[in-house]
Every structure is written in structure tokens, then in C-alpha cells.
Design a protein around this ligand. Sequence first.
Ligand SMILES: O=P(O)(O)OC[C@H]1O[C@H](O[C@H]2O[C@H](CO)[C@@H](O)[C@H](O)[C@H]2O)[C@H](O)[C@@H](O)[C@@H]1O
Length: 253
Amino acid sequence: MPGLGPIGRAALLLDFDGTLVEIAPRPDAVRVPPDLPGLLHRLSGALQGALAIVSGRPLRDLDQFLPVPLAMAGDHGASLRPEPGRPALDPDLPNPPAAWRARAAALVAAHPGALIEDKDHGFVVHYRQAPDLGPAAEALLASLVAEDAGAFTLLEARMAWEVKPRGASKGTATAALMGRPPFQGRVPVFIGDDVTDEEGMAVARRLGGFGFRLQDAFGTPAALRDWLASAVAPPFEPARPLATPPAPDGAGP
Ligand SMILES: O=P(O)(O)OC[C@H]1O[C@H](O[C@H]2O[C@H](CO)[C@@H](O)[C@H](O)[C@H]2O)[C@H](O)[C@@H](O)[C@@H]1O
């Protein structure tokens, strides 16, 4: 593998939605460019495994979208799989009361286009297709979380509000990954697009690395993908094989 230039000593911590792939109308409608899984796998190999997807998605979604062995942190840090192929380290986190989800479901049912996404330790109300629901969703979920504010928190995402346990975040996931091989000793580079990524960026900076907001540093997910591809592209055109082998002296046509 040729040298990776300035990112050769990095540990890459990459957000998924809105960063590696463009935002879609619904969580299940994202389009993963066909060459993205292979690109991430090659890049991970070039970084000796020090590349992780750090996402709000459950690991099962990420495995479906990116079916290659990669380190991952899912559910905003609530599920951590530092080594691909090994079981995830699931911290002991609470589940919100079923009644909270039922209240949210009733609100969503009254707003066509809105939807609930279930997570292992929480749930999300998406209002991208029902924009008027935003303030009411925030108010309801904030009032539910206030019933047990020691254990749960409300997270704002892009056109969505998420109820999640307080104990995990992209910041805790970044710190946990950077504390173990193959990430340990490398320079953390966190790239994300959303407020949910800010804790990850802050921890990366605190550890002597970088936190990049996609919109400022790259512009679009496509531009980030191009940059990642250029990092593992061969630096030179490979020598072209000769079309016909040179003829031995005196034996040519
Ligand atoms: O941490 P991420 O990988 O950025 O995940 C954050 C949330 O992304 C998903 O929702 C967002 O993307 C959807 C698909 O583009 C979009 O329809 C929605 O409006 C966005 O909020 C995902 O569904 C959530 O579970 C993630 O937490």
C-alpha cells in the first residue's frame, strides 16, 4: 500500500448519515454508493484498522449499509465494536419506559409522513416529511425525558428528535476507541455534519487531533468520498506492460 501522506498517522472517525452518504427523505432510503464499502475497507487496511464509523445508527443498520469488516460505534456510542468480527461491547444502559414510546407514537400517528425509529436504548421521532411537527415533537419528548433526566437526554438531530441514555455519546465512543489498539497512539480525525457529532469532534481535538465539520472542510459527502478515495489511490500510474515482448536479436518480423 503506498504511503497515505498526511493522514498516514491518523485514526479516522467518520460519521455516516450526512457525512459519508447524502441525507435522504427517510432513514431507510439512504443510498450508499456501490464503491463506498470497498473504499472504507481499503482505507481501514491502509490505516492498520484505525478507521471507525461513529454513528447514531444501530450497528445492525451500519452492517447492512456497509457490509465489510470495519470498527464501529453505533447508537451514539451506546454500542461499541472496536474490532470487526468481534462482539460489540454494550455498556449497561437503561431503556426508556414503554409509555414514552407510546406517547410519541400517538403524536406521530397524527402527522402523516412523520415516523418513529426504534433504537436498542431509545427512539427517534423523524419529522423531515412532516416539518410542522418539529416543535411539538421537541416539547413532548423534552417533557418525557424530564421525568427521568438523570438517565435520559433529548438529542437534536437533522429534522429529528431522539430520546437516548445519558451515559453514551459520540464523545465517549471516540475516547473509548482512541484508548485501545489499533487507534491508540494515532492522531484522531473526527469528521461529522451534525450537532450530534460535536462531542466526538471535541474529544478528538482534546486528544490532540482534529474535528472537522463536513460542510466547512469538504462541502458535501461526495467531496469527502473523493478525498478519502484520493488517500488510497496509487500515487503514480502503474507501469504499463509492453504490448509485445521485445523480439530476440535478429528474430524479429
Ligand atoms: O450519526 P449519524 O450517522 O449521522 O446518524 C444520525 C441519524 O441519522 C439518521 O437520520 C438522519 O438521516 C436520515 C437519512 O438521511 C434522514 O431521513 C433523517 O432526517 C436524519 O435525521 C438515522 O435515521 C438516525 O437513527 C441517526 O441517529
